[in-house]
Design a protein around this ligand. Structure first.
Ligand SMILES: N[C@@H](CCC(=O)N[C@@H](CS)C(=O)NCC(=O)O)C(=O)O
Length: 213
C-alpha cells in the first residue's frame, strides 16, 4: 500500500517495482499528493513483467501499470500521474494556469526525453541486468550517458535563477529529473562538484519525505 489513510483508498491497483525508476516517479507523485493506492510488486528481476498474465495487462511489458476499477490499464507513468491530477488537483503538480501548465509540460518533457530516458538508455544498453533480455548496443549506451551528463551541466545553469525545474513550485518535472538523476548513478551519470545550483536543488528535493516513497 502506498500513500495516505485507509478510508482514502481507491478501487484501483498499482503494479509497482521498487527497483525501477518509472514506478518511483508514481510513488513520489502519490506521496506528494497524499493519495493511497493498493499496490502489488512486480519482480522484474524474475521477468514477471514478461509473463503472459502481465503482458495481457500491458503488451509492452513495462512497469508501472495502474489498473482502474472498470478494468482499464494505464501503462504510462505520466498518464497515471495525470489521471490522479484530475481527481486530486491539489497540490497542483502539473501547473496552475494555462501558462504555468505549458511550462510544466515543457520541462517535464525535457526532463523525460533528455535526462530520464538517457539515464535509462545508458543502463539498458550497458548493464548486465538487460543482457539477453533486450538487444544491447553499448556504444549507444555511452551516447546516452554523455547526453545525460551534458544535460546536467545545462540544468545547473538553468537552476541559478529559480528554485525548482519548472519555476518556483515543485512539480512533476522535479520528480522526473530526480528519478532520472538518481537512477543515472549506476551508469556513472553524476552531478559534478562544480554544479552547485543542481546540487542545491537535488539536496532540497531529496529531503522531501516523498523522495523516500
Ligand atoms: N512507458 C513506460 C516505460 C516503462 C518502463 O520502461 N519501465 C521499466 C522500468 S523503469 C521496465 O519495466 N523495465 C523492465 C523491462 O523492460 O523488462 C512508462 O513511462 O511508464
Amino acid at each position: 500500500m502506498i500513500g495516505a489513510t485507509p478510508d482514502e483508498e481507491t478501487a484501483v491497483k498499482l503494479y509497482d517495482s521498487t527497483l525501477a525508476p518509472n514506478p518511483r516517479r508514481v510513488r513520489i507523485y502519490l506521496a506528494e499528493k497524499g493519495i493511497k493506492v493498493p499496490s502489488v510488486q512486480v519482480d522484474i528481476g524474475k521477468a514477471e513483467n514478461r509473463a503472459p498474465e502481465y503482458l495481457a495487462k500491458n503488451p509492452l511489458g513495462g512497469v508501472p501499470i495502474l489498473e482502474l476499477d472498470d478494468g482499464t490499464f494505464l501503462a504510462e507513468t505520466i498518464a497515471i500521474c495525470r489521471y490522479f491530477e484530475e481527481l486530486h488537483p491539489n497540490p497542483p503538480l502539473f501547473g496552475t494556469d494555462p501558462r504555468d501548465r505549458a511550462l510544466v509540460e515543457m520541462w517535464q518533457r525535457r526532463m523525460e526525453l533528455n535526462l530520464f530516458s538517457m539515464a535509462t538508455g545508458a543502463f539498458r544498453n550497458t548493464h548486465a541486468f538487460f543482457k539477453g533480455r533486450i538487444p544491447q548496443v553499448p556504444e549507444y549506451g555511452q551516447v546516452c550517458k554523455d547526453a545525460a551528463n551534458k544535460q546536467l551541466e545545462w540544468l545547473d545553469g538553468e537552476l541559478a535563477n529559480r528554485k525548482f525545474i519548472a519555476g518556483d513550485r515543485y512539480t512533476v518535472a522535479d520528480i522526473t529529473a530526480l528519478c532520472g538523476i538518481d537512477f543515472g548513478r549506476i551508469s556513472d551519470i553524476r552531478i559534478q562538484p562544480g554544479q552547485k545550483n543542481l546540487a542545491r536543488w537535488h539536496e532540497e528535493v531529496s529531503a522531501r519525505p516523498s523522495a523516500k516513497a
